[in-house]
Ligand binder design. Structure first.
Ligand code: F6R
Length: 366
């Protein structure tokens, strides 16, 4: 049941520290520098010999795929393409036996993702699944895979499935980086330790809930929202916007922050809340200047910042703090305040958070 929470969505948001731990438990041995997932180990050469990885998924799982693209390319130096399963399957894609296709699906039943992997198999690719539901169709149709251990996700809006998908994909990338030698041993060890301690940082990020609730109160009647991020946090911006749309029915768009000046900046006025992910990263200074551009046009800035931040704090109208973590792991913490923000806005607007209109938990039609 809901375990004392008002909604399944909130319960599932709060389960994230424990299900992330369930997902790496027994697979990640940080002190020994070991990552072992049998589905991956049994097929390691398929990955290390691959010309590229193609990730297919829909919705939130597609956003996890976009995060994985940054991680795989950055750490393991493998070219990655991330495809909407529905587009991939209908466009006569170029796939060969030298491709590895990763299908990401919480339910393991999404019709378009299933059709995409069937196509990839026909063309001779090796297909690897990252599913949550054990024994689901996609987990059976793939050649191998690694499960996420999120447990049952009841809320239609996906939360803990997303962060556990990122956890599995990060472990895969780190293992491959280690095998290929594209990461230094010291960086590898650091990343493993940081991944192991991410659960307490997610826990810490959840403690901002009262503050986020106040921000939700201020902006709940806005007609539109923009979400901006760069690098690893660009997909988090997309996911933040999707969460708001699907449960509050407020129009929201996620954008790479630098694309603002190519069009969307025309939308900015004093009515427009702009959620900017501005944590410490290689892009920090660039994001600061994106924030200044929005301020100059009177947009309202809600910034996700690293604890102890001073620069963005001065510019933003509201801030949501998350603990510091290596850049590749930031999506696991920056996602949390955005989930809570959309949850509280939807609750304040009286929406059916767990069962939003027009949506089903698994989309088994094409
Ligand atoms: C968003 C959401 C959907 C699913 C999408 C894919 O909150 O729930 O966008 O992410 O339908 O579903 P799975 O992962 O089951 O293939």
């Amino acid at each position: 049941e809901k375990g004392g929470y008002d909604h399944f969505m909130l319960k599932e948001i709060y389960e994230q520290p424990s299900v992330i731990k369930d997902t790496y438990r027994g697979r990640l041995l940080a002190n020994q520098g070991i990552i072992k997932m049998s589905g991956l180990e049994d097929n390691l050469s398929k990955f290390t010999n691959a010309d590229r990885i193609i990730i297919v998924a829909c919705g939130t799982s597609w956003h996890a795929g976009l995060v994985a693209e940054y991680i795989f390319e950055d750490l393991a130096r493998i070219p990655v393409e991330v495809e909407y399963a529905s587009e991939f399957r209908y466009r006569n894609p170029v796939i060969t036996e030298k491709d590895v296709v990763i299908a990401i699906s919480q339910s393991g039943e999404t019709a378009d993702t299933l059709a995409a992997i069937k196509l990839a198999k026909q063309k001779g690719a090796f297909v690897f699944g990252v599913c949550n539901v054990v024994g689901s169709t996609i987990s059976r149709e793939t050649h191998a895979g690694s499960y996420t251990h999120a447990g049952p996700e009841i809320g239609v809006a996906s939360t803990k499935a997303f962060t556990t998908q990122i956890t599995v994909l990060t472990m895969i990338a780190l293992r491959l980086a280690n095998v290929k030698g594209t990461i230094s041993q010291s960086d590898y060890m650091l990343q493993l330790r940081e991944l192991e301690s991410i659960t307490s940082k997610v826990e810490e990020a959840l403690q901002s809930e009262p503050k986020i609730k106040e921000i939700a109160q201020v902006f709940k009647d806005a007609a539109n929202f923009l979400y901006l991020g760069r690098g690893y946090n660009f997909p988090v911006a997309l996911e933040g916007a999707l969460k708001l749309k699907e449960i509050s029915y407020i129009h929201a768009e996620g954008y790479p922050a630098a694309e603002m000046k190519h069009g969307p900046i025309a939308l900015i006025d004093e009515q427009m809340p702009v959620v900017v992910i501005a944590v410490n990263s290689n892009h920090y200074e660039k994001v600061v200047s994106n924030i200044e551009e929005i301020k100059a046009r009177k947009g309202k800035i809600i910034a996700v910042v690293t604890e102890g931040d001073t620069q963005v704090k001065q510019l933003a109208d509201y801030i949501m703090e998350v603990p510091a973590t290596p850049e590749s792991l930031t999506p696991l913490v920056t996602t949390i305040p955005l989930q809570l923000l959309s949850y509280h806005i939807a609750v304040m607007l009286g929406k059916n958070v767990d069962q939003p209109r027009n949506l089903a938990k698994s989309v088994t039609v094409e």
